[in-house]
Design a protein around this ligand. Structure first.
Ligand code: DAH
Length: 340
């Protein structure tokens, strides 16, 4: 048995010494030291030895085992570092190479303008509120004094879902919801999507954005409306802007006005941007009709207010000199990247 052990040791040390890769080394470990390995087989047969021989052989077998184990470990670390060295030689890392550019998204021009608008009105003490896009006709029309038969309710101008539910055609519905819920003083803006069955062209889209504004308090006058809108326009376009209030009609305001901005491109002389007018329409506004207040349980003897509705696309187009509204919806990267 002693010889057998010696043979195994010699043979093992030689084959392990010649071994050139990690996998082969592991196979050898199993061959000699594994559960069914050669050395293990000998250890198992120890039982047949006499009581004197057993400890001697046992000792010897363990010595062989230990020397094989440590030789394998040594060989393994040799092979691993050789492997690593090979890799290091083959692979190169140039830390001076420039990094890979990540394509970063940008804010959409409509969002840029909307954020600015919110900022301006928040600065004047307004709260930003939200309202539903799928809305009841009573909030979009009836309570805003736009009775049955009014052209604005026409099916051709409106996406109806049922007889009394529709996709809102204006954010003015939020005025009603706000006044039903809160009592004055009220100062809110409400931006959001609105829907009208318009064919798509350079200045029309079936979905566009408005921002509604509403102020109700004691002693609110047309002067407050003018001052507010002038402040707003100056913050947005700079101190030199000029506004023009033009009489108009909306069912829910009296008096009503449309507000134009003097064309910033030609300074009012008339150019293709303002279609020769010198002025560009910006929003609708007016003093809230007393009946609208009554509809919302607010006493018109005690309170008054103004309201306005701004088209966001128009603001963005004027701001960035965009001549076709479709650019705002197509999400063409070449267009959007300019707002970086
Ligand atoms: N709702 C109007 C529109 O869609 C805009 C508007 C006009 C809103 C006058 C108002 C207002 O609040 O007082 O064209």
């Amino acid at each position: 048995m002693k010889e057998q052990l010696q043979n195994i040791k010699e043979q093992a040390l030689k084959t392990i010494g010649d071994c050139v890769d990690v996998k082969q080394l592991d196979d050898l470990r199993v061959k000699y030291l594994g559960k069914k390995g050669e050395l293990t087989a000998i250890l198992k047969s120890m039982g047949k030895l006499s009581a004197e021989e057993r400890p001697v052989m046992g000792q010897l077998a363990n010595d062989v085992r230990q020397s094989l184990e440590s030789f394998i470990a040594q060989k393994q670390s040799q092979l691993k570092s050789a492997l690593m060295e090979q890799r290091l030689k083959k692979e190169t890392l140039d830390v001076t190479m420039p990094g890979k550019q990540q394509a970063m998204g940008v804010r959409h021009p409509l969002n840029i303008v909307l954020d600015e608008l919110k900022e301006i009105f928040r600065g004047m003490g307004y709260t930003v509120v939200d309202g539903p896009e799928v809305e009841e006709t009573k909030y979009v029309f009836d309570m805003l004094l736009t009775e049955d038969g009014h052209p604005a309710r026409d099916e051709q101008d409106t996406f109806y879902i049922t007889d009394d539910i529709l996709l809102r055609t204006q954010t003015s519905s939020v005025q009603i919801r706000t006044m039903l819920k809160n009592k004055p003083p009220i100062a809110i803006i409400s931006p959001g999507r609105v829907y009208r069955p318009d064919a798509v062209d350079g200045t029309h889209s079936p979905i566009f954005h408005q921002c509604e504004g509403l102020v109700i308090d004691k002693n609110i006058t047309f002067g407050d409306l003018k001052g507010t809108l002038e402040t707003f326009a100056k913050r947005l376009y700079g101190d030199d802007v000029k506004l023009r209030f033009r009489p108009h009609h909306f069912p829910y305001t009296e008096p009503s006005a449309e507000v134009d901005l003097q064309c910033f491109k030609c300074g009012g002389k008339g150019c293709p941007l303002c279609k020769g007018e010198g002025w560009i329409e910006m929003l609708g506004s007016g003093i809230v009709h007393p009946q609208v207040l009554i509809n919302c349980d607010i006493d018109p003897e005690e309170y008054s207010g103004f309201a306005f509705g701004i088209g966001l696309e128009r603001i963005a187009m004027m701001r960035y000199n965009i001549d076709d509204m479709r650019l705002l919806y197509e999400n063409d990267q070449r267009f959007l990247a300019q707002f970086r």
